[in-house]
Write a protein that binds this ligand. Sequence first.
Ligand code: TXA
Ligand code: MG
Length: 516
Amino acid sequence: MSSGGLELKLIQIDPEQIDDEKLLPAAEALRRGQLVAFPTETVYGLGADANDPAAVARIFAAKGRPPDNPLIVHLADPDQLGSVARQIPPLALRLLEAFAPGPLTLVLPRSSHVPDIVTAGLDTVAVRFPAHPVARRLLQLARVPVAAPSANRSGRPSPTRAWHVLEDLGDRIPFLIDGGPCEYGLESTVLDLSTGKPVILRPGSITAEDIASVAGLPVSAVLPDRSDGSAAPRAPGMKYRHYAPRARVQIFQPPQTDREREDLDNQIRALTGEGNRAGLFASRATLDGLKSACRLLDAGAKDLAALPPGSCAGFAYGLYPDPVAASRHLFDGLRLLDRLACDVIFAEGMPEEGVGTAYMNRLRKAAGQAAPVLFVCTGNTCRSPMAAALYNLLRKPSDAPGQSAGISAMPGDLASPGALAAMNQDYRISLAAHRARRLTDGLMDEAGRILTMTAGQKKALLAIRPDLASRIQTLGEAAGLPEADVPDPYGRSVWQYQATAAKLEQLIRSFLEKET
Ligand code: TXA
Ligand code: MG
């Protein structure tokens, strides 16, 4: 049931000069059990008094949120932590000292004061101290802990501007505070500290490396939407379809060569030629490099009419490929291009390191894409790029994408001449644009499957990341041929590379057969 027809009060607040008089009615509404949408430094939140189960129930109703997905409790001051958590590990205090207020959510053992509806019955509670001055002031004036999910309809991209909230919830909530665009644009990092071993349940702008540098120990990520389905979801929300615009989202890597630019142009033309509307979410440098005529959009644009059929619009998130700017504008870009009635949105991918990990996590969900299959060898110049290319050739478009990396790769190395020749002659695949990448924690965290060429490489990976044991296999094991190592053809004849390619093809075919 919707509470349609509600009269919404829109309150404009300048974050640099907060007017308490204007904010007070919203704080009082929270205390009376009403819903208030408000800006945070990550995304807009939809708040209710966390101590009032009836108020919290209104959040679930307004969003259409499944009841088994718990909420984050927002507090103004770390002194209040004791009222929601029954136990505060020393690491929590160190992390709060370093990152609070800010975009970090901690999952802690829950105090019995927190109503069941907030935690979806879990024995843990998620807490966060937002840094946005408007959110902080609202929490201070309300003097209650505020349960708040992102202020979007369930499944839609999170809101990073007030009009995004209006679009989704305008007729369902009584208060919206407009404090301008959100700084980070992606939801907070969710870190589980309830089990003795810190685990990232949702990557965000505070990265695994940031947390590890304070914790003094490595921090791993559990991304429960992996394709092997082996772990029960630990951040219940991450199992649902998310961040989805109406348009189909297709991820591309920033083109670096003329050939890659031409590829992208051709894909756009193929779409627009059939009367479809194409959208691009990319850096200005990428958009300027295209031949297709694309109408350029500003970050502040809204209320745009549909594009004419057969045309293209480009949203520039920044001048050059950059994960911080891309993250800040991702949800805004997706919503804007949706408003223009784009049928397909081409969105620029990023390297999965630092904030790029969180960006790609959201982008992949928006694209409805499964976590990638990561092929690993030593140098990432022969076997693993050949494997990823063959896998991408043979897989169905709906299968998880294939990627590659090397345990001790020299970043930027080209594919070896033998690999280039073998792939060209036997499969008409060009590895000319391939550049070697070194295996990183971010790449492994985001991968659904990590497949090595040899048993020795698998052993090496298990030694660095025992927490990912359920995802790491040799390609042979994944193909049901556990004895099969793929030997290194490096420096040998083209003939040897062709034999390697044939072996990879055989293993990948049986892997794909087993998977579907
Ligand atoms: O940046 C943010 O975190 C924003 C702003 C508004 O603060 N909030 C937000 O809330 O993104 P929401 O509800 O959209 O996402 C909360 C995530 C969900 O994936 C949920 O499953 C997880 O946190 N979560 C909440 N409580 C949890 C708990 N006790 N244990 C594990 N995961 C939990
Ligand atoms: Mg959300």
